[in-house]
Design a binder for this molecule. Sequence first.
Ligand code: SF4
Ligand code: SF4
Ligand code: SF4
Length: 316
Amino acid sequence: MACTIKPEEVKRVKGQGFLNNKGTNLFSARVITVNGKLSVEQTRTIAEAAEKFGNGDVLFTTRLTIEVRGIPFENIVPFQEFIAKAGLETGGTGSVVRPVVSCKGTTCQYGLYDTYQLSEKIHERFYKSYHMVKLPHKFKIATGGCPNNCVKPDLNDLGIVGQLVPNFDEDMCNGCKKCQVEAACPMKAAKVEDGILNIDKDICNNCGRCIGVCPFDAIEDGTPGFIIYIGGRWGKHAAVAKPLSKVFTSEEEMLDTVEAAILFFREQGKTGERFSETIERLGFEVVEKELLSRDILNRKQEIIDAQLHVVGGATC
Ligand code: SF4
Ligand code: SF4
Ligand code: SF4
């Protein structure tokens, strides 16, 4: 059976996160989990909603949202009202900032910051607050707790990776025959050369795994921070994001730079192109310079108020 619901209605509810189940009059509700973390009440509510309004199936998407399948068109509003009681909403489609994806860095032994806390902030500031701000295409953000990159931040339009930059005190180094730091470094960036430890900054990814392992306290601590990758994508076309050259030691400054990237993409991106293409067209250095200047943020309202990308390029 083909879908008999008017195409404009199908389009309208898609914008609210209800995707037509092909060849039927049924829909899948895309429930936003913020960052893949649900309370008992929310989990129970989704299960009950699936039973009450859908066909009972609950599916996890690759980007940490939950889809409830088989919802008849007339059940869309009751479904939304039912899950709203547990603080849940549908959405996550269109040429806008998409729901953030986070790794479990909060509890992971390698996590360098509280990824759930940061991704909740990003959800509020860039998913919720920017929901009406149309972009040339979708804009995906991922927050990773460390350079192990489990959540693939470098395959997102923008990815954040935790850093712990080792503070090496040369004066404490004895140039040991068997260096503990050298043994602990997973990147093979640390090497004793000419009687002293040398850390190759081009290879070191600031994972912080060497901190505290030297018995002579040559690397007692590190400086926490973040790096931002821009211009990644994965799908029909793939692009690996490049990191901005700066390690951000202030969370606020890092978040301001994320906002600058979204505004820059809105202003400079051509409708239908992904951020990677905008960067390729304008040049990475030019984009980086713009993002690190505060000019874009100073023009925030002007950029948001402009009539741009009324019909964006995203098809899902
Ligand atoms: S990226 Fe790092 S912190 Fe996040 S889950 Fe992987 S190893 Fe853990
Ligand atoms: S960093 Fe520590 S373990 Fe490595 S050579 Fe220097 S003193 Fe020895
Ligand atoms: S921070 Fe990580 S990559 Fe860099 S030297 Fe230490 S262990 Fe090696």
